[in-house]
Design a protein around this ligand. Structure first.
Ligand code: NDP
Length: 371
């Protein structure tokens, strides 16, 4: 198969408030092809909240570089494999998430925690340090092709369509990883763990399903009751509309073992109150990455000796475990599709940022978007 030396994507050129979603086609040179790399012809890429944050430079990264092609829930077909690639061949349907490189040699990588490797490279908006000494800026999945090290490429179970598979690659594994690492396993026989999920968006919808599949009694916190019916369809046992129920915390104080927070903003966000829902020694894990810091009083931790932490994506091993569990239990994301184009990317990014999609937008037909 013949394909180009340079790749093409829909890039954000200017992250300012008026232009962040107005992408334009952009040609870029991928990193040099190395012996464990795989080139993938992209078919579908779904839109994560992090794409919108990055397109807006919402986290205020001083060295953020534009043009930037975002997108890191990628599904496509293998078109080229390096000489040291094992387990993948041309034609395989595969997926790529938000991480595309790590050293794979340090003690962090060797303990299956490569998501915390100091040398990690994100699929877009990061810098590859290539073996030939050069550096390359990474561009993401709103593109025709991507080039990724085999460790960060995954086979897709046949039961999932492209658009169903894509959100697993970031939203899915980002919720699966902290759940399996933090749901308590030492409860007395017959006692179910109780898990809260804050926010029903792309991550939240996956978190609810995984929490349930992992055997937890699942509490869903949403700001209004608009998504209540959906929360129960996704598997919630309890639903709390924090913006509508005054004193909502009273019924669930000291109840939960774990709360996973997927909120992407801090507007009217009262962390001190949420923490009261935790049992003694319970855990709050943030995966949502709002653009402004949390405010929390040290006294809130004293009240129930709770812990607060965060989690980043999920490891190679967890990605494989997640797809296996999802295929066995029939877990699927709820996805709206939009064909990939300048207008389609703009529509999808804005739907995500303004909380208007139910619950993930997948950009499809990438092959038709590029010559
Ligand atoms: P979505 O926009 O799809 O969903 C975010 C949800 O957060 C909303 O639907 C809303 O749910 C809830 N929310 C928003 N603002 C508030 C608020 N002020 N208080 C309470 N809840 C709120 O985004 P994604 O699910 O794609 O991403 C969520 C976040 O996770 C983003 O910040 C993203 O960058 C981050 N992320 C982190 C990763 C990691 O490795 N840690 C990986 C991937 C993403 P509702 O309407 O139900 O209240």
């Amino acid at each position: 198969m013949v394909y180009p030396d340079t790749f093409e994507g829909f890039a954000v050129f200017d992250p300012s408030p008026e232009t962040w979603s107005s992408v334009k086609k952009y040609e870029f040179t991928p990193k040099p092809f190395e012996e464990e790399d795989i080139d993938i012809k992209i078919e579908t890429c779904s839109i994560c909240g992090s794409d919108a944050h990055s397109a807006r430079n919402g986290w205020g990264k001083p060295n953020a570089q534009y043009p930037m092609v975002v997108g890191h829930e990628i599904v496509g077909k293998v078109v080229r494999v390096g000489p040291k690639v094992t387990g993948f061949k041309v034609g395989d349907r595969v997926g790529v998430g938000a991480q595309s490189q790590a050293c794979l040699e340090c003690k962090i990588c060797k303990s299956n925690n490569e998501i915390y490797c100091p040398k990690l490279v994100h699929t877009f908006g990061s810098i590859y340090h290539n073996k030939d000494g050069s550096t390359t800026f990474s561009h993401g999945g709103y593109s025709n092709y991507c080039r990724i090290h085999q460790y960060f490429v995954f086979h897709i179970p046949e039961i999932f369509t492209n658009e169903e598979a894509a959100p697993f690659l970031c939203a899915g594994v980002t919720t699966f990883s902290p759940l399996i690492r933090n749901i308590p396993t030492n409860l007395p026989e017959g006692v179910k763990p109780k898990v809260g999920i804050v926010g029903i968006g792309g991550l939240g919808m996956m978190g609810i399903q995984f929490s349930k599949a992992l055997g937890a009694e699942t509490y869903v916190f949403s700001r209004s009751s608009k998504k209540k019916e959906d929360a129960f369809k996704l598997g919630a046992d309890h639903f709390i509309a924090t913006g509508e129920q005054e004193n909502w915390i009273e019924d669930i104080s000291y109840e939960l073992d774990l709360i996973l927070c997927t909120a992407n903003s801090n507007e009217n966000f009262d962390l001190n109150t949420y923490l009261k829902a935790l049992k003694i020694g319970g855990k709050w894990v943030s995966v949502g990455l709002p653009e402004s810091p949390f405010t929390v009083s040290p006294r809130s931790f004293m009240a129930n000796a709770c812990f607060m932490g965060a989690s980043h994506l999920g490891s190679h091993v967890e990605m494989i475990q997640m797809f296996k569990l999802a295929a066995e239990k029939g877990i699927k994301p709820w996805v709206e599709t939009i064909p990939m184009s300048e207008a389609g990317v703009k529509e999808g990014l804005e739907k995500c940022h303004y909380n208007k999609c139910r619950y993930r937008v997948a950009l499809t037909d990438a092959d038709k978007a590029f010559d």
